[in-house]
Design a protein. Structure first.
Length: 231
């Protein structure tokens, strides 16, 4: 797999590049977010530092997701700050690792994300040729195109948000725990705490409410999880 590693520390770039190459990956490097934006062709996963000149890791994440580029992204941060982590995940990052870290841990997370994407691609390929649209009340989901529409109006979502929404609408009325939803979204290889589900739910609600301010189909069941309340 081709990996893009983004960091303004040349020494760290060298260490991470060697570690990833030893695992059989092809590595492309960039010294900040702007440099990275020009090197995305063929990249299967991005590892990016948060603190960089010109365009930092958060800015890179924001630009990627705004451009509908959902390449898996791992953020590296030198601050063990929950707000930093939450912000990165809110913007659409897939995972984060706090410095200093073990390269073995980082490589394990890279492997987990790459396996998740391979499974997702296989599922999409298997569904091709058959209708992939799911209609649930005023919501329409098209898994093949990762397209979400509420009353016919497009709602832009990330891959993780789409899979979360799909898991809910396919079992209307059924309460799904955070752990169950995380398994549906990320698979058994997930290395992210299940509380990230709360972040994705908030983000989904805001996005659909921008189309219909009365949207209330995702119901919180206190102490249990979430369910889709059908019309």
């Amino acid at each position: 797999m081709r990996l893009l590693i983004v960091d303004d520390d040349p020494a760290l770039l060298d260490v991470l590049s060697l570690a990833c190459e030893d695992e059989g990956h092809e590595v492309v490097t960039a010294f900040d977010g702007l440099d990275a934006m020009a090197k995305l062709d063929g990249v299967a996963l991005v590892i990016s530092d948060v603190n960089m000149p010109r365009l930092d890791g958060f800015g890179l994440c924001r630009r990627l997701r705004a451009a509908d580029n959902h390449v898996p992204l791992i953020m590296l941060t030198s601050r063990d700050d929950e707000i930093d982590h939450a912000l990165g995940l809110e913007l659409g990052a897939d995972d984060y690792v706090t410095k200093p870290f073990s390269t073995r841990i980082l490589l394990a997370r890279v492997g987990a994300l790459l396996r998740r994407e391979a499974l997702r691609s296989a599922a999409v390929a298997e569904a091709s040729g058959a209708t992939s649209a799911v209609v649930r009340g005023r919501l329409t989901l098209d898994a093949e195109r990762l397209d979400v529409r509420w009353e016919g109006t497009s709602v832009r979502v990330t891959v993780s948000e789409f899979r979360l929404l799909e898991a809910l609408v396919k079992r209307p009325g059924v309460v799904l725990s955070r752990a169950q939803l995380l398994d549906q979204v990320r698979g058994s290889d997930s290395v992210v705490a299940d509380r990230i589900i709360d972040t994705w739910i908030r983000r989904l609600r805001r996005k659909v409410e921008a189309v219909d301010e009365g949207f209330d189909a995702i119901e919180t069941v206190v102490g249990a999880g979430y369910r889709w309340r059908d019309d």
